[in-house]
Design a protein around this ligand. Structure first.
Ligand SMILES: C[S@@+](CC[C@H](N)C(=O)[O-])C[C@H]1O[C@@H](n2cnc3c(N)ncnc32)[C@H](O)[C@@H]1O
Length: 239
């Protein structure tokens, strides 16, 4: 898999990803909802519904960013949630949101790296990641860390962009590659962030390929559900 990085410098993908999200943090939520016409909210809720069947008490949301999935998981399952992210600016936006919602007793946010999680083995009843794994510097290392911290027989839920197949594909790709980056650049003032988005999605495994990567990481069972004609996919990987 080719390594697509935000700024193509020598800094390394992890540092570039942290810098990019620090840059776009103030506009991230706005752009997310405008560019996806709020469909991202539906996808997160579908993930939470799937997870809620496990009745988790303690959940880790990796690459939590501004905390939307952490908040949805807390509301949908009642669990205590830890949100972890590389970008302090993204976390700060999330911390404000969580305070306003009076959820700070149930959701804690901390800075950290998915590829080196600061938690014991078998700690969490469930782990979630939305739009995060594509940004990992070392995908296999990150996935094996997610597996390490979830309990035996429990699951990691991953929501990630995939590729639209069929008649709607070319139309969607035109929007994703041409229109979305222009709006993203205008609003976020970051020249690369919303070009990196389609480029990184294009280079990222999905469907059966992603399933086999998860199985090779040591998960014993992997199921997945395509969302919105394949724009995104939710994977459930069970330890
Ligand atoms: C597209 S945002 C997704 C945020 C949130 N999950 C959501 O659904 O809106 C991706 C996030 O992944 C974080 N990230 C990328 N690589 C990471 C890593 N190795 N460890 C922790 N967070 C990481 C970024 O800092 C960024 O906040």
């Amino acid at each position: 898999m080719s390594q697509i990085t935000p700024y193509n410098t020598d800094a390394g993908k992890k540092k570039e990803v942290e810098d990019m999200f620090d840059n776009i943090a103030p506009k991230y939520d706005l752009l997310n909802h405008v560019l996806s016409m709020k469909i991202d909210v539906l996808w997160r809720n579908t993930l939470v519904k799937w997870m809620s069947k496990d009745v988790p008490k303690e959940v880790l949301d990796v690459a939590t960013g501004t905390g939307d999935l952490a908040i949805a998981v807390q509301k949908g399952t009642g669990a205590d949630v830890v949100g972890l992210d590389l970008s302090q600016q993204m976390l700060n936006v999330g911390i404000d949101k969580i305070k306003k919602l009076n959820l700070d007793a149930k959701i804690s946010m901390q800075k950290g790296d998915a590829e080196n999680l600061p938690f014991d083995n078998n700690k969490f009843d469930a782990v979630s990641v939305a739009f995060g794994v594509r940004n990992f510097e070392n995908l296999e290392k990150g996935l094996s860390e997610l597996r390490r911290v979830v309990k035996e027989n429990s699951s990691v839920y991953i929501l990630e962009f995939s590729k639209v197949e069929g008649f709607f594909g070319p139309l969607y790709m035109f929007y994703f590659k041409n229109i979305l980056p222009q709006i993203g650049k205008l609003v976020s003032k970051d020249n690369r962030a919303y070009t990196y988005l389609p480029d990184s999605v294009n280079a990222f495994p999905f469907g059966e390929k992603m399933k086999s990567i998860l199985l090779n990481t040591g998960f014993r069972k992997v199921e997945y559900k395509k969302q919105s004609l394949g724009i995104a996919t939710i994977y459930k990987a069970t330890k």
